[in-house]
Each structure stands twice: as C-alpha cells, then as structure tokens.
Design a protein around this ligand. Structure first.
Ligand SMILES: C[S@@+](CC[C@H](N)C(=O)[O-])C[C@H]1O[C@@H](n2cnc3c(N)ncnc32)[C@H](O)[C@@H]1O
Length: 360
C-alpha cells in the first residue's frame, strides 16, 4: 500500500490529546475512545499510544481511508474496532459492539489529504479527474450527477450557502448553459467554467475562483451538514460522565452546528424564572474551550490544513437528562463492516456481551 502518512499531519494534535487525556484514564476499567473521522488514523494512533488501556472505535465512511488506518494502527490491533460507517450511525455501531458509553470522542471534519490528493476522486480543482467527490465511493450521487441534473436555482442555493459564493447565480447559469451542449464530467472542465463565469477583476482575489464551488459541491454530495446535525447530539449523549468530546471544524456552517449542539447542553433547560433547577433540566456538559480555538502561528507554518480550523471541546457532567434515544440505539447500521475486531475489548475479557475548509 502507498504510504500517505507523511502527507498528513494531524491538526492540533497536542491540544486534542491534552483535552481528551483526563477522560481516557478512568479508574478500574478501560476507556472507550471514538474517532468518528478516522481518516489516516493520525489522531487515533496518538491516542492509542498515549493511553495503553484505551480501546478505539474508529469510524470512516471511506473504505480506502479505513485500509490506510488499519495498516497504520496494526500495532494496536488488539484494542481497535475499525468500522465502515457514516458517523450518524454511531449509536448503532456502539450497540453492535456491546458498548453503552464512550469516554472520548473526536470529530476531525471534512476531507483528508488522501482524498484531496487522490488523482481520481475529483475533490480538487487543481488536478483533472472525474467529477466524483464522494467520500464513500460505494454509494450515493456524484458531483457529476449534481452539476448535470440540478435546476439552476438549486445549484445557486448550494453555491451560495455551502460555498458563500458571491457569483453563485452566474456560475449556475454557466453550468446549465454548458451542460446543454455536453455533459460536464471532469473537474478541469468545471473549474474552467467557473473561472470564465466570474468577472475578470474578481478572479484575481480570494484564491482560486473554483475553490468555493468545489467546496459547496463536496458538502452537498456528502450531505455533510445534515449528517453532522444528527451525529453530534448522538455522540454527546453517548458520553459517560467525565467523558470528553473534541471537534475540529473547517467551515463556519460546521462550526455553528457544533457550537449549537454543545451550547444546548451547557445551559439549563428549566424555565428562566424558576429559582431552582428542576430534576433533569440542569446542564449536562461544561465547556472546555472559550469560544473556538484556532491554530497558533507555529502550527500554521507547519500544517497549512490548520489555517481554517476551529476547535471546540466539552465534558459530560451529568448523565440523567438525555439518554441515547432508544430508537437511535436500536437502529442497525445500514452497511456496517467491521474490518477488524479486537482480540479483547478489555484485557482478559471478550468483546461481546459486555453491556458496556480545506483548500484542495
Ligand atoms: C480530516 S480527515 C480525518 C483525519 C484524521 N483525524 C487523521 O489524523 O488522519 C476526515 C475523515 O473523515 C471522514 N468522514 C467525513 N465525514 C464523515 C462522516 N459523516 N462519517 C464518517 N466518516 C466521515 C472522511 O472520509 C475522512 O477520511
């Protein structure tokens, strides 16, 4: 297997480890850490190395990323579960593994360098490839399907909302005109169309003219925001008391979803005019970060991917108010493929029945 490890430095790695550490050494049992976006396994490897008793549940929707992570995490095979799943399937994955609580959870959102750099996946306007952009190439519509079938108004909405593209309607009109002559099938053709649709003066500012269009299509192809809206509350609800979540987002819309999901749990849900908390209405989490943290200059210099990162973290402080919804826990993963099961979840015990924006 090609070795893309050096190409990817895990973003804000030291800070992630520091924030997760207090949750990953619970007394008398092994910690369970969920890496919801395993990617090339950089963060996961560091967590496993730093916490010799922690068990990893690593999810990725991209089978190729899982293959790379499996290779990288081979030294820890006895305490890793690697699962092909979308992260909104986390409750079902945990149930399938017989786990009822999680101590650490990390979401490092977006695409990996493996995906951006792949010559054939179409994420990048900088290299010609079929217009695919699916993180999971085994299912779902491609970017080619979207640019060749969506109405102009719908394309405009996506480009404006997910790409914050000023010239969304001009680009959408150019796409519709071009596809009436010939189907748009390649990233180079799309990048060329976008460039020509933008006023000449605007082409000289704000990076590559196609950057925002490619980002918007990628978000649409992979349903990134709606999946996150479902997944994050479920992950927060799966945390044990003292459990911690860290989220790295790279887009303001992602960061807003993260901020809101956490904010809903750090404040009381009791009526504001009540002098005391009612049972079950108190905060269930506390913030570990003030606002969203960003990369410092040293990290920015070493790791360009960190330029747009926003980190938020929180800790579970009460387990009474919001249990995992029973329906979500019962739902089976649609297509779950555990590519590796650990030999033992907790030393000496068996796994079963333990109840327990990126710029390409
Ligand atoms: C930025 S990379 C993670 C890199 C990783 N932290 C590392 O250190 O190597 C994001 C990964 O999350 C995966 N991913 C994105 N959205 C996902 C989702 N909804 N469910 C599961 N995996 C997802 C992508 O396929 C990609 O491999």
């Amino acid at each position: 297997m090609g070795e893309p490890r050096g190409a990817h430095l895990p973003v804000l790695l030291r800070r992630c480890l520091e924030l997760l550490a207090p949750a990953l050494e619970p007394a008398g049992r092994s910690a369970v850490h969920v890496d919801a976006t395993l990617g090339l396994g950089g963060h996961a490897e560091a967590v496993l190395a730093a916490h010799p008793n922690a068990v990893l549940v690593g999810l990725d929707r991209d089978p190729e990323a899982l293959r790379h992570a499996e290779h990288r995490l081979a030294p820890y095979a006895d305490r890793t579960h690697l699962v092909h799943a979308v992260y909104d399937q986390l409750p079902a994955v945990l149930e399938e593994l017989g786990l009822d609580r999680v101590d650490g959870a990390l979401f490092d959102l977006g695409v990996s360098s493996l995906q951006i750099d792949a010559a054939d996946r179409g994420f990048s306007y900088a290299r010609d490839a079929p217009l695919d952009m699916r993180m999971d190439q085994t299912r779902g519509p491609t970017a080619e399907d979207i640019v060749n079938t969506y109405e102009a108004a719908e394309l405009t909405r996506i480009l404006r909302r997910y790409g914050e593209e000023r010239f969304a309607s001009r680009i959408a009109a150019a796409i519709v005109r071009a596809r009436s002559r010939a189907r748009i099938t390649s990233s180079a053709r799309l990048a060329e169309l976008v460039e020509n649709a933008i006023p000449a003066a605007a082409r000289r500012t704000g990076g590559h003219p196609a950057k925002r269009t490619f980002q918007a299509l990628r978000i649409e192809v992979n349903g990134e925001l709606s999946t996150l809206e479902d997944a994050l509350p479920a992950a927060l609800d799966a945390l044990a008391v003292g459990g911690r979540v860290v989220v790295l987002s790279y887009h303001s819309l992602e960061d807003r979803i993260v901020k809101q999901a956490i904010a809903a749990r750090v404040r009381s849900s009791a009526p504001v005019d009540l002098p005391v908390e009612l049972p079950g209405t108190g905060p269930t989490m506390r913030l570990l970060t003030r606002g969203a943290e960003q990369a410092d200059p040293a990290e920015l210099a070493a790791n360009p991917r960190s330029a747009s990162v926003r980190l938020r973290a929180a800790e579970r402080i009460d387990h009474t108010s919001r249990p995992i919804p029973a329906a979500a826990a019962r739902e089976r993963p649609r297509r779950i493929r555990a590519i590796r099961q650990p030999r033992a979840l907790v030393r000496g015990e068996t796994t079963r029945g333990k109840g327990h924006d990126n710029d390409p």
